[in-house]
Write a protein that binds this ligand. Structure first.
Ligand SMILES: [Zn+2]
Length: 194
């Protein structure tokens, strides 16, 4: 079985026809998770006795439990367990946890977080672009969606206040945006000391 990362799931735009075929019963799902209570964040209600049809790592359909009658799919009965959307953490510094991105992913996923936006300004302050990119390489191996908000204030002050190992100039930040599709925004901005 190939390693599960967010890059092993095809873009939604490439999968709409396949997902529609599964949802309408024209082709079989890879997996049916049945016997579930599903938390609907739209209606703020728990939906009892549901099953979810999965294809290509994506949800194709949610149906009443027992709807899928085919034989090809794998079945997993969660026996009344709750299925909820993954939590999104919009700002954190993986380095503050003193672990790698993959180790962070394990703890985050076990607690329901499926997407994070990290700002690698701590490693950037020590190792400049090389540190930011090393963390991104590691993040790509994690089964967690990890996006980068590019550190915007490295160093935070100036040579009279600190001896930083990194100096992320606007040119370097632009190159990170060009190179890494997971770079989606600028990171936190600190007010410079006088
Ligand atoms: Zn922060």
């Amino acid at each position: 079985m190939s390693k599960l990362t967010r890059f092993s799931v095809a873009p939604l735009s490439d999968m709409t026809r396949q997902l529609a075929d599964v949802a309408s019963g024209r082709s079989a799902p890879d997996l049916v998770i049945t016997g579930a209570r599903v938390l609907s964040t739209y209606s703020e209600r728990m939906l009892d006795d549901r099953e979810i049809w999965i294809s290509g790592g994506r949800i194709a359909a949610m149906k009443p439990a027992g709807s899928y009658l085919g034989k090809a799919a794998s079945f997993y009965d969660v026996k009344g367990g709750i299925i909820a959307p993954g939590l999104v953490d919009p700002h954190l510094h993986i380095e503050s946890s003193m672990v790698t991105a993959c180790a962070y992913a394990e703890a985050a996923l076990l607690n329901g977080t499926t997407t994070i936006f990290c700002d690698s300004h701590e490693i950037g302050n020590v190792m400049d672009v090389a540190g930011v990119e090393a963390m991104l390489e590691d993040a790509r191996q994690a089964p967690l969606s990890i996006f980068l908000t590019v550190p915007s204030t490295v160093p935070a002050t100036g040579p009279e206040m600190e001896t930083a190992g990194g100096d992320l100039t606007p040119e370097k930040i632009a190159r990170i945006f060009d190179k890494w599709p997971e770079a989606v925004a600028l990171g936190e901005k600190w007010t410079s000391f006088p």
